[in-house]
Design a binder for this molecule. Structure first.
Ligand SMILES: C[S@@+](CC[C@H](N)C(=O)[O-])C[C@H]1O[C@@H](n2cnc3c(N)ncnc32)[C@H](O)[C@@H]1O
Length: 364
């Protein structure tokens, strides 16, 4: 889908309103969150087409009339609800905010992980450092300390990360096991969800998870609890270190939502080292959300917004890429894309890569 290749068809009057929505966006965000948190949207929803009065909402929410009324008035302006005389009724946007699990997960991620730190976006952009991360600790990047984040922050981070990859797994497992891999290396395997999905899907497959020590500890504990500790190994590493070698000779290297955690030069270095560990029969499967490959504009919006999390909170120099940028890095690393499949899960693309014949000759 080609996005943003023509000007938006909008009157100047409407464009001016859109500009005001941006100016007040943090206020709208917090109002929506509070309408959810205090159960006001849920209560209005329960009242159905009849809706409910301010008095009934005050009684149920345990907030003051003042508090409820300011939230409700802004909720009207945001078109979350509408008003029939004295009664408030849920509108379509309010319905999806309340019922759509993707909206809830994105909202919690933005509130708990990003919101406070985003005040440092400006300095992060200038310095190429995730200065927003300072709200949680004095860390260079978010990844080595993921397991040390405050409990609610950690919960929202993992729910956000898992939500998107989990939705892709069902479709991916048969695709991946088509080539009957016996040994999979899951690079950036995190808490081991993919490794466990693989060992569950196939009774003989072995999976090596390459990750930082904090994540590896959780992943191996999860494998033990699932009774597959004999088939899930850990390979502790920091892939930002250019001398860090890879687990060698696996049939399949798996990188899901992983390369977006790195800058372009870092990606090239990682892909080159992966290529060095591969042989003629091994393949590298990259699963990513590229903004230009989203089936709908809403997807491109969410993916581009997620880039800003990387800028201000995660590492200051990585992002969600345009697919052309990733394809170029893959080629420069001596690999070619054998299969390129879009629309997996919620807007993922799977790139199945192999060594170029020229890279094979170099290995000989
Ligand atoms: C966004 S998560 C993706 C998790 C999982 N693959 C998925 O699809 O849900 C990125 C993973 O890469 C790991 N990672 C980030 N930087 C790393 C580094 N320098 N070396 C090794 N692993 C790293 C993180 O610890 C995390 O587990």
């Amino acid at each position: 889908m080609a996005f943003y290749q023509s000007p938006l068809d909008l009157t100047a009057f409407d464009a001016k309103f859109e500009a005001q929505k941006i100016a007040f966006a943090p206020i709208s965000f917090q109002v929506a969150r509070c309408l959810l948190k205090f159960g006001i949207l849920a209560h209005i929803d329960e009242a159905g087409e009849q809706g409910c009065s301010l008095d009934a909402i005050v009684e149920k929410s345990q907030l003051s009339e003042y508090a409820c009324s300011v939230l409700l008035d802004m909720g009207l302006s945001m078109r979350l609800i509408w008003q029939d005389n004295t009664h408030f009724i849920l509108d379509k946007i309010g319905h999806f905010l309340l019922q759509d699990d993707m909206a809830q997960i994105n909202l919690n991620f933005v509130n708990d992980v990003c919101y406070q730190g985003l005040f440092e976006l400006e300095s992060s952009l200038k310095e190429g450092k995730p200065n927003g991360l300072k709200v949680f600790g004095d860390w260079e990047t978010i990844y080595p300390t993921l397991s040390e984040l405050p409990e609610q922050v950690k919960k929202s981070w993992f729910e956000f990360d898992h939500y998107y990859s989990d939705h892709a797994f069902g479709q991916l497992l048969p695709l991946i096991f088509k080539s009957e891999p016996k040994h999979i290396v899951d690079v950036g395997g995190n808490t081991g969800k993919w490794a466990l999905a693989c060992t569950d899907y196939h009774s003989d497959v072995r999976v090596t998870i390459m990750d930082l020590p904090g994540q590896l500890k959780v992943a191996l504990k999860n494998a033990e609890q699932k009774g597959v500790a004999d088939r899930v190994q850990g390979f502790q590493c920091d892939l930002l270190d250019d001398d860090q070698r890879f687990c060698e000779g696996a049939n399949l290297y798996w990188m899901s939502q992983f390369l977006d955690c790195f800058s372009k030069p870092q990606i090239l270095s990682i892909l080159k080292r992966t290529a060095q560990s591969m042989n003629a029969d091994s393949e590298l499967c990259i699963l990513e959300t590229f903004w230009d490959r989203q089936p709908f504009e809403a997807g491109a919006f969410c993916v581009n917004a997620t880039s800003i999390y990387f800028t201000a909170m995660a590492n200051g120099d990585s992002r969600m890429y345009h697919s052309k940028e990733m394809l170029s890095q893959i080629s420069q690393a001596g690999l070619f894309v054998d299969e390129d499949i879009d629309e997996i899960g919620l807007g993922h693309t799977l790139l199945r890569c192999k060594l170029k014949p020229s890279s094979l000759k170099r290995q000989d």
